[in-house]
Ligand binder design. Structure first.
Ligand code: FE2
Length: 293
C-alpha cells in the first residue's frame, strides 16, 4: 500500500541576475524560502539568447562546505578551478563538484560559444554537506550526457535522466555524500509517473517547460514554479495533462534532511559563525588555492 504525497506549497521562481550579470530563475533561496534541507540553492540559468560576444558567467570565486551541481541543457559552459581541472559542459552533461574544504573556480561560457553567441540554459543546484563532511578534500565527478542513465515507462510516455538516485529502472552513476535524488523527467501529454520516495526525504519538483499536474489531486502548475511536497507519503505523482500542448519537462529533487544549523556567507556555507570567519581567513590567505589563467 503506497500513499501519494500532497503538495505542501508552491513557490514561484524569482527572476534575478548572478555572477557578471547572467539571468537566473531562482525558486530558492528567496525571502520566502531560505533553503530546502539538504539543498541550499537552485538556479535555472536562462534560457537566454546571447548575441555574439555578450555571454556572461561567474569569474573566479571560492566555495566551501557544500557541493555545486551544474547541469547543462543548452549552450556550452566552460569551467576552470584551483585544483587544475578545466573543461566544457555540453548539453546534457553534469558536473558534480564537492567543494568540501575549499576550491576556487570560474564558471564562464566556453570561449568559442561566447564568440558566436547562442542560447544558454542550465541548472545549478547547491547540495549542503553534513558537518562531518564540510572539510573533506574537493572532488569532481564529470559525467557526459551519454553516461547519464535513462529510464522509460512501459507506455513510452515518460522518460527520465537519472542524475542521482533511481527511477523507472535506471540507477545513477554519480556518487553522493548523503542519499539524494535528482531526476529530469520528460512527460508526454497524458503521461504519468509514480516515483517512490522514502517518507522522511524532503522532495520538490521544479517545472522547466510545459504544464504539470502534481500530487493526488492533479493540481495544475505551470513552469518556473517549485512544488514542495509534504512528508505525508512514500510516492510522488508527476503527470502531464491530456490536453497539454507540449511535453512536461520537470526536475524531481530530494534528499534526507541534515537537520543541522546552516550559516551562510555568500559562497561559504558552514554550521557556525566561527567556521565562516575561518573560511574567509583561509580564502584571504590563499589557502583555497588559485586558478592559473
Ligand atoms: Fe561557483
Amino acid at each position: 500500500m503506497t500513499t501519494t504525497r500532497t503538495i505542501e506549497r508552491v513557490f514561484p521562481a524569482v527572476r534575478t541576475t548572478e555572477g557578471a550579470g547572467f539571468i537566473v530563475h531562482r525558486p530558492f533561496p528567496t525571502r520566502t524560502l531560505m533553503d530546502f534541507d539538504p539543498f541550499l540553492l537552485l538556479d535555472e540559468m536562462g534560457p537566454v539568447d546571447y548575441a555574439p560576444g555578450t555571454a556572461k558567467g561567474a569569474p573566479d570565486h571560492p566555495h566551501r562546505g557544500f557541493e555545486t551541481v551544474t547541469y547543462a541543457l543548452e549552450g556550452r559552459f566552460g569551467h576552470k578551478d584551483s585544483a587544475g581541472h578545466s573543461g566544457t559542459l555540453a548539453p546534457g552533461d553534469v558536473q558534480w563538484m564537492t567543494a568540501g574544504a575549499g576550491v576556487i573556480h570560474s564558471e564562464m561560457p566556453d570561449p568559442e560559444f561566447a564568440r558566436t553567441g547562442g542560447r544558454v540554459h542550465g541548472l545549478q543546484l547547491w547540495v549542503n554537506l553534513p558537518a562531518r563532511d564540510k572539510m573533506i578534500a574537493p572532488r569532481y565527478q564529470e559525467i557526459p550526457s551519454a553516461r547519464i542513465p535513462v529510464g522509460r515507462s512501459a507506455d513510452g510516455k515518460v522518460s527520465v535522466k537519472v542524475i542521482a538516485g533511481e527511477a523507472l529502472g535506471a540507477k545513477a552513476v554519480i556518487e553522493t555524500r548523503t542519499p539524494i535524488l535528482y531526476q529530469h523527467f520528460t512527460i508526454a501529454p497524458g503521461g504519468r509517473v509514480e516515483q517512490p520516495v522514502p517518507s522522511e526525504w524532503r522532495v520538490f519538483a521544479y517545472g522547466l517547460s510545459g504544464s504539470g499536474s502534481y500530487g493526488p489531486a492533479g493540481e495544475r502548475i505551470e513552469a518556473q514554479q517549485m512544488v514542495a511536497f509534504a512528508n505525508d507519503g512514500d510516492t510522488v505523482v508527476l503527470a502531464a495533462p491530456d490536453d497539454a500542448a507540449e511535453p512536461l519537462e520537470v526536475l524531481l529533487i530530494g534528499g534526507v534532511p541534515l537537520n543541522e544549523p546552516v550559516v551562510r556567507y555568500g559562497p561559504f556555507v558552514m554550521n557556525t559563525e566561527a567556521e565562516i570567519r575561518q573560511a574567509v581567513l583561509d580564502y584571504q590567505a590563499g589557502r583555497m588555492g588559485r586558478i592559473s589563467h
